[in-house]
Design a protein around this ligand. Sequence first.
Ligand SMILES: [Fe+2]
Length: 382
Amino acid sequence: MDFTQIRQFNFPTIIRFGAGVIKELPAYLKQNNLRKPLVVTDHVIAGLDFFKAILADLKEGGSSVEVFSDIHKNPVKSDVYKGTTQWDSTSRDCVIGIGGGAALDVARAIVLQINHREDLFKYDDLIGGDVFVTNDVPHFITVPTTAGTGSEVGRSAIIADDETHQKKILFSPKLLAKIVFADPLLTMELPAFVTAATGMDALTHNMEAFLAKNYHPLCDGIALEGMRMIANSLEKAVKNPDVESRSEMLLASMMGAIAFQKGLGVVHSLAHPLSSLLDTHHGLANAVNIPYGMKFNIEGSEDKFYRIAQTLNLKELNGDAVVKYLFDFNSKLGIPHKLRDIDVKEEHLDTLSELAFADFAHPNNPKPVTQKDFRDLYGEAL
Ligand SMILES: [Fe+2]
């Protein structure tokens, strides 16, 4: 390791965490002289009791509240424009994102667009658009309602083009939330499938971040502990949830997203095309692919797999044992082992491989991945 090279490590987000912490939100707004939040969520959450209770508390605290929930499951640019129009027409003073990855991504993109009025995709990070994110952004607060993406602590938003469905990444440290209210009670009623799939997304974030090739021992430590907590809690959160398992999962999902500032890898590149081509749930796509992606990664990362196996408390401390653990874990959570069981067909594999090779995640994988490798991995997983 070259210790003369100067590096930067960032962990700036304030996280208020614990059962019932959402009750602090009205007082927080008051202390910060904020009275007119634009609350961004999805239409499912907009109808849930806990959401109505949050709105009622905000109104009782003296806030004038506007809700924007007209968003797609895989958010598109026009969602962001609609939300920005609502911000303008109702003269708001802050943005509160409440939800899973989609709602929080749209909230974050609205936060960007409010003081950056050129075409949203001018700011696409993949074409260097982050340099245009130069103005201040409104006060941004996030409230996660799933334990998976960790978008609440993220600094990027994935938004697709309405017509081409091509995904763009809006990125800037300015897009970090000022504060996160992470309340496990808001995740208590998540259905078993959503808990399992989002939980496996969080496990994939932690595992891929730990293996990613960049040097970041701070993230490595967080990722290992995140994996241990998920191994300890996910099955319980799926089958018989209690506050403890929901709390560990909520924390571990944030830890995964904090850790993956270091990078992701081959599994996310296998998963992304399944969502864009076949509309597969992101967490499910990761869950099915992770044993195959990790088997591919063992060669050259034996020391890291030893540490993962230690963390997961496995009898054999090697990569093969980690792969077996992942298959067994999927079985316990009711997640299939094969892509054919989630509607992938042989004729999809060439297109999927092309898209996976073009994906942004795998350049940080510890081992280089070719398009043929992707084709072979999909073939094995089919
Ligand atoms: Fe993910």
